[in-house]
Design a protein around this ligand. Structure first.
Ligand code: SAH
Length: 246
């Protein structure tokens, strides 16, 4: 017997611009009564939410935000929880599943979004054509020793490395720290890049060497790319060769 009453959509809205959301994500937002998310994300999807109930929740209160979504759904509302990029990549999807056992009668539907790694890669050129590792520099939920271990392992394995959360107000020097950790593995002329504000106002791709990256000023709206031994820079773009004979 199917006694599921409420569905909560967990939606990845992509990097920013509505044109970079999937059709499925747009439909799910339109089908929802209540949209839960950070104020910045609610603002990004504003044109899709006229007449809907919006619940803006502050940063760092993720558990409360998810519980609130379940409470709204229990009232019989169709609820959407929105995350930037993909909701399953450093987003709310897993936490929503962890809380699901407390809310029998609710089902979850995760809607995929374009994560910063690939929307940024498209702006920068083609840096991710081989194996790559995505590593978040945020040590809020992951011990720094583990981040350090993952960085070294990815660099040793000659993977392109994508860094999320390379800086925040409290962690201004984390990109420099990351570069120091792998500085004995990556040569100083290695092709690297970063993109600020992907799909948003102020979008800025920069291709540069590893030694220049060490000195770069980035913020929390930046995604960083550290190339592998097949990466190169051409006319301000960062590209990783796949290895075809041409
Ligand atoms: N769920 C998101 C990632 C959240 S972690 C996703 O799938 O994209 C937050 C980090 O993602 C930021 O610190 C930054 O490194 C990256 N990021 C997210 N959106 C971005 C954007 N529009 N431009 C540049 N970087 C972005």
């Amino acid at each position: 017997m199917n006694d599921i009453k409420n569905t909560i959509y967990i939606i990845g809205i992509g990097p920013g611009d509505i044109s970079m959301m999937t059709g499925e994500a747009i439909e799910a937002i339109k089908a929802s009564d209540t949209i839960v998310g950070y104020p910045v994300y609610l603002k990004l999807v504003e044109e899709l939410t006229t007449g809907k109930e919006l619940i803006a929740t502050p940063m760092k209160q993720e558990v409360e935000r998810c519980r609130m979504a379940y409470e709204e759904a229990a009232k019989g509302k169709k609820v959407a929880v929105i995350s930037s990029g993909d909701a399953g990549i450093y987003g709310m999807a897993s936490l929503m599943y962890e809380l699901l056992p407390e809310h029998p009668g609710t089902e979850l539907k995760v809607i995929a979004g374009i994560t910063a790694a690939n929307s940024g890669a498209a702006v920068l050129g083609a840096p991710l054509s081989g194996d790559f590792a995505v590593i978040s520099m945020s040590d809020l939920l992951t011990p720094f020793e583990l981040i350090e271990k993952r960085l070294r392992a990815a660099a040793e394995a000659d993977m392109v490395i994508v860094l999320y959360n390379p800086a925040s107000h409290k962690r201004k020097d984390y990109l420099k720290k990351a570069c120091e950790i792998i500085g004995d593995i990556i040569p100083s002329d290695r092709a690297c890049g970063y993109v600020k504000n992907i799909g948003r106002e102020g979008e800025e791709p920069v291709a540069l060497t590893f030694s220049e990256l060490r000195e770069a000023e980035v913020d929390m709206f930046t995604t960083v790319y550290i190339g592998n031994s097949n990466s190169f820079i051409m006319d301000g773009r960062m590209i990783t060769r796949r290895g075809y004979d041409i």
